[in-house]
Design a protein around this ligand. Structure first.
Ligand code: GAR
Length: 206
C-alpha cells in the first residue's frame, strides 16, 4: 500500500481538513496532507493547517477572471509537493480537471447525489433545500471531481434520517458526522488501490 500525498483545497472553516489531519495522525487513513490550499485569504482552515505545520498556499479566486487561469495557478502552486490526490474540503470554486488529474481529485458533498447537487448547492443551501422538499432521508457523497459541478463518479454515500424537528443546522451536523467517516474511508480505499472506474461507475475491490 502506498502512503498518499494529499493536497487539500478549501475555502472556509476547514473542519473537513481538520478531520483529514486527525485521520492521518491516527493511522485510519494511509495518507498525509502535504499542502493546504485556500481560495480565500480569510479562510480559518489556514490557521488549522498552520497549527499542524503543514505548508499553506493562498490562491485567491477573486484574483482571477477565469476558471482556467485560477486552475492553472492552483496546479502550479501544488506542483512542488508532488501530490497523488487532490481533496476538496469545502472548496467552493470550480477547478478544471486536466487529463493527468482524471480520477485523482475527490470531493465530499453534503447530499445524496445526484439530488441537490450543482451550482448553488453547497453547505447550508443543500440542507435548506432538503428540508423544503420534505425529504425523509439526507446524506453525503464522496465522488471523483470532473469538469461539471458534483457530477463525477460516486465512490461512497451515507444516508442519515431527516427528523421533523430538524433545522438546517441540526441536519447539517448529522450529515457532517457521516462525512467525517466516509471521506477518509474513501481516501483509504484509494490508498489501498481498491478503486476501479469502469464506464464511469466506481467498483471497490477487496
Ligand atoms: C463540508 O462539510 C461539506 O458539507 C460542504 O462544505 C462543508 C465545508 O465545511 N461541501 C460542499 O457543500 C461542497 N459542494 P468546512 O469548511 O468546515 O470543512
Amino acid at each position: 500500500m502506498v502512503r498518499l500525498r494529499l493536497a487539500v483545497l478549501f475555502s472556509g472553516n476547514g473542519s473537513t481538513l481538520e478531520n483529514l489531519f486527525e485521520k492521518s495522525a491516527s493511522g485510519a487513513m494511509n495518507a498525509d496532507v502535504v499542502v493546504a490550499v485556500s481560495s480565500r485569504a480569510d479562510a480559518f482552515g489556514l490557521e488549522r493547517a498552520g497549527k499542524r505545520n503543514v505548508p499553506t498556499v493562498i490562491v485567491a479566486r477573486k484574483s482571477f477572471t477565469s476558471v482556467d487561469a485560477f486552475s492553472d495557478a492552483i496546479y502550479a502552486a501544488i506542483a512542488p509537493y508532488k501530490v497523488d490526490l487532490i481533496c476538496h474540503a469545502g472548496f467552493m470554486s470550480m477547478l478544471r480537471i486536466p487529463k493527468e488529474f482524471e480520477h485523482r481529485v475527490v470531493n465530499v458533498h453534503p447530499s445524496l447525489l445526484p439530488s441537490f447537487g450543482g451550482k448553488g448547492f453547497y453547505g447550508h443551501h443543500v440542507h435548506e433545500a432538503v428540508l423544503k422538499h420534505g425529504c425523509k432521508i439526507a446524506g453525503c457523497t464522496v465522488h471523483f471531481v470532473d469538469n461539471e459541478y458534483d457530477n463525477g463518479p460516486i465512490i461512497a454515500q451515507r444516508a442519515v434520517p431527516v427528523l421533523e424537528t430538524d433545522d438546517a443546522d441540526s441536519l447539517g451536523a448529522r450529515v457532517q458526522h457521516a462525512e467525517r467517516e466516509i471521506y477518509p474511508a474513501a481516501i483509504q480505499w484509494i490508498a489501498e488501490g481498491r478503486i476501479k472506474v469502469v464506464n464511469r461507475v466506481v467498483r471497490v475491490g477487496s
